[in-house]
Design a protein around this ligand. Structure first.
Ligand code: SF4
Length: 345
């Protein structure tokens, strides 16, 4: 048994939060001892979450046509990726149909995600009306990810009953300018703070395998903890032809498991949601994510790449003895969730 990993795990299980220095020690220890890291990450997951796993689905309400330059993204007009350079906006009927499908398959919470840096007030009002229908007529928890919104726009979403806002940091503050130059890390941090201030839950994470160093991964985890996010989407680069990262080497399954486990130690009570790149990069090791500490999955298709069917994912959870949480997220949970250390059950 690796004593460094065990000692740090016992601290986390006792309610302590790891310091950046302890996280570095954990990182070093994990390089030679993935088995122990996974064992303890799984103990931490079980301690804080039992056997429950959250499943959510998203629909790209606006796809493509984005003038930003995120180096991993198929939706930027700056890259020839085969996605139309004119944004495709789904109608109310198309979004409602996708939500009804998710509901029918047992997914309780549904996200509408837009490409682009921001949305107009008129588009926001259309989405707010739709959110009301999804909540009242379909009984779904509604999440949105619409880019960089003003404080006023965030309050409108919260007032309308949207429960959670998705806005990723993507990577560390140091590495961000190597990946995005059209907006700043601070823009992203401010957006997350605006969402939290409006009373929305925050779903914020990033993407791995984009040329970041190990230290960048740790730094992002600590920034997310400081910001008090309740759910951390973890994407693993699926290189898209035409983007600057098209030739990037994909992460190996064991590397991905190690990253998830390190995040479980650093963010013990935040949901870790494995999202884009799960199918391509983890291959046969997909079900191991839960033993690395994952407590949430994005099921169905991702924004621009195919995922797995909800039915297959639900079966995987049942086969593992895990329970998909049927609970619809509510605004009240957000208020309860934000506690002083900024980590959320
Ligand atoms: S990640 Fe979002 S902001 Fe960046 S290019 Fe893609 S759609 Fe645009």
């Amino acid at each position: 048994m690796n004593l460094t990993i065990q000692t740090l795990a016992e601290r986390v299980l006792a309610g302590d939060l790891l310091t950046p220095q302890q996280a570095k020690e954990l990182l070093a220890a994990s390089l030679d001892d993935l088995d122990d890291l996974l064992y303890w990450a799984n103990q931490i997951r079980r301690h804080f979450f039992g056997n429950q796993v959250r499943v959510c689905s998203i629909v790209p309400g606006r796809l493509g046509g984005c003038n930003q330059d995120c180096a991993f993204c198929a939706q930027s007009v700056r890259y020839d990726t085969g996605i139309d350079k004119t944004p495709k906006v789904l109608s109310d009927e198309q979004i409602l149909a996708a939500a009804a499908e998710a509901k029918r398959k047992g997914v309780p919470n549904f996200g509408i995600v837009y490409s682009g840096k921001a949305v107009s007030d008129s588009e926001l009002e259309r989405l707010i009306a739709l959110a009301g229908r999804l909540k009242n007529e379909y009984g779904l928890g509604v999440c949105m990810g619409l880019g960089i919104l003003s404080d006023r726009q965030m309050f409108r979403l919260a007032q309308a009953g949207v429960v959670r806002y998705n806005h990723n940091l993507e990577t560390s503050r140091r590495h961000f300018p190597e990946i995005v130059t059209t907006h700043s890390y601070e823009d992203r941090v401010r957006t997350i703070e605006a969402a939290a201030a409006a009373g929305l839950g925050v779903c914020a994470g990033g993407i791995f395998g984009i040329g970041e160093r190990e230290q960048d991964r740790l730094d992002m985890a600590f920034e997310l903890r400081r910001l008090g996010v309740d759910t951390v989407p973890m994407n693993f680069l699926h290189p898209i032809a035409g983007t600057p990262l098209e030739k990037a080497e994909t992460l190996q399954p064991r590397d991905i498991l190690r990253i998830i486990a390190l995040y479980r130690f650093i963010l013990p009570t935040a949901h870790l949601k494995v999202a884009g790149g799960r199918v391509l990069n983890l291959r046969d090791l997909q079900s191991w994510i839960f033993f690395a500490g994952c407590t949430s999955i994005l099921s169905g298709n991702y924004l621009t790449t195919a995922g797995r069917s909800v039915e297959e994912d639900m079966r995987m959870l049942r086969d593992l003895g895990l329970t998909p949480v049927a609970e619809v997220l509510t605004k009240e949970q957000n208020a309860n969730a934000l506690h002083p250390q900024g980590v959320v059950p």
